[in-house]
Design a binder for this molecule. Structure first.
Ligand code: SF4
Ligand code: SF4
Ligand code: SF4
Length: 321
C-alpha cells in the first residue's frame, strides 16, 4: 500500500507575499514536494477554499505553514483554524515570527491609519472617502462584510500555540527545503525552536575587522565609500549584527549592506531594539550631550530601524499616544 502523503497547508496572513515567493524559489523542489505531500490549502498557488479547511478533521493536517503577521480578524480566524486542524504549526518568516514589517504600523493607532488611507488621501476623490465598515447593508438586501482591522499587529504566537519558528525576511529557500524535508521524515526540531538559527550574534560570525573604533558621524550606506574589510558599524553605518541572532550566513554584511535584524534578537536579549541602542551608545565618541544629539541626528527613524522586524515581539509591542 502507498505510504500516506504529508498533508500540508500554507497560508499568507498580513505580509508582502515574499514568503510565498521564497517557497516557489525552491524551484523544482516544489515538484518534489508535490510528490510527497498533498497541498490542501495554499491560496497563492492552489485553489483550496476556507470551507475545505473548516470541513477537515481536527489534526488532519500534518503541517501548517503560516507566513505574515496577524493584522485583522480574518488572519486570526484562519490562524486558529489552521492550529485546530494541524499537528504542527510553523510561524514562517519575520512577520509571523515577530510581527515583521507590518508591525511597524504599531507606531500609530488604527484610527490614524484609516484616516490617512481613506479620508486624508489625495488620490481619492471627494465623495469617495468612506472608511470601509465591518458590516455594510446593501440596498438590494443582505450585507457586505469585511474582517475587523485591529488596533495593532500581532505575531502568530500571540494568537495560537506555535511549534516552530522559521526566521528571515524572507527565509532562504534552503530553510524552506530543510523544514519540509524534516517534516516529511518526522524529524522536526523540538517545540519552540527557531529553525536554522544559532545562539550566536551575527557579529560573532561576521569576518569584518573590529578595531573598537568610535564614530563621530553616522552615514546611510550610500553616503560613504565603505572599507570592505572593516566592521560597518565602526564606519558609522548602522548595523544590527550585535543585536541579531545568527544563522543566515551573515548575508547582508557579506554583501556590503548592514544587518537589519530579520532573524530576531539573540536568545539572551530581552529586546532587540534596546540591545541595538546599547551598541550605538557604546560606539559614540563624545560625552557632550549637544554633540551626542548631533551624532544621533545621523540616524533618522531609529525606532523604525531598531524594531524593523520585531515591534510586535518587543517589550514595547506598540507606541501609545
Ligand atoms: S517576512 Fe518579509 S518576505 Fe515574508 S511576508 Fe513578511 S515582509 Fe514579506
Ligand atoms: S556590526 Fe555588522 S559589520 Fe560590524 S561585525 Fe557586526 S555584523 Fe559585522
Ligand atoms: S544579515 Fe541580518 S538582515 Fe541580513 S539576512 Fe542576516 S539576519 Fe537578516
Amino acid at each position: 500500500m502507498a505510504e500516506k502523503k504529508l498533508q500540508v497547508a500554507l497560508y499568507w496572513g498580513s505580509g508582502c507575499g515574499g514568503c510565498d515567493v521564497a517557497v516557489l524559489d525552491t524551484h523544482e523542489f516544489v515538484l518534489d514536494l508535490a510528490a510527497v505531500a498533498d497541498i490542501r490549502l495554499w491560496p497563492i498557488a492552489v485553489d483550496g477554499k476556507y470551507a475545505d479547511l473548516e470541513a477537515m478533521e481536527d489534526g488532519e493536517l500534518d503541517l501548517a505553514i503560516y507566513n505574515g503577521a496577524v493584522r485583522n480578524g480574518e488572519n486570526e480566524h484562519i490562524a486558529k483554524l489552521l492550529r485546530q486542524k494541524s499537528k504542527v504549526m510553523v510561524a514562517f518568516g519575520s512577520c509571523a515570527h515577530m510581527g515583521g514589517i507590518p508591525a511597524l504600523a504599531n507606531q500609530v493607532a488604527r484610527e490614524e491609519i484609516l484616516e490617512r488611507v481613506y479620508r486624508d488621501n489625495p488620490s481619492l476623490e471627494e465623495g469617495s472617502r468612506d472608511v470601509p465598515q465591518v458590516r455594510t447593508p446593501l440596498e438590494a438586501g443582505g450585507e457586505l462584510t469585511l474582517p475587523v482591522f485591529y488596533n495593532r499587529v500581532y505575531r502568530l504566537s500571540d494568537v495560537v500555540d506555535v511549534d516552530l519558528f522559521v526566521p528571515g525576511c524572507p527565509p532562504a529557500p534552503d530553510q524552506v527545503k530543510a523544514v519540509l524535508k524534516a517534516a516529511a521524515s518526522g524529524l522536526l526540531p523540538p517545540k519552540g525552536s527557531v529553525a536554522g538559527a544559532s545562539d550566536r550574534a551575527v557579529c560573532d560570525d561576521c569576518k569584518r575587522k573590529k578595531e573598537e573604533k568610535k564614530v563621530t558621524r553616522f552615514f546611510r550606506p550610500w553616503e560613504v565609500i565603505q572599507d570592505g574589510e572593516r566592521c560597518l558599524l565602526e564606519q558609522g553605518i548602522l548595523c544590527a549584527g550585535s543585536a541579531t541572532r545568527s544563522g543566515c550566513g551573515v548575508r547582508c554584511p557579506n554583501s556590503g549592506m548592514p544587518c537589519r535584524g530579520c532573524y530576531g534578537p539573540t536568545p539572551n536579549a530581552a529586546d532587540q531594539g534596546a540591545k541595538l541602542l546599547s551598541a550605538v551608545a557604546s560606539i559614540i565618541d563624545s560625552r557632550d550631550p549637544a554633540e551626542i544629539e548631533r551624532i544621533l541626528d545621523g540616524l533618522p527613524d531609529f525606532l523604525g530601524y531598531a524594531y524593523r522586524f520585531g515591534m510586535a515581539a518587543s517589550l514595547l509591542k506598540r507606541s501609545i499616544r
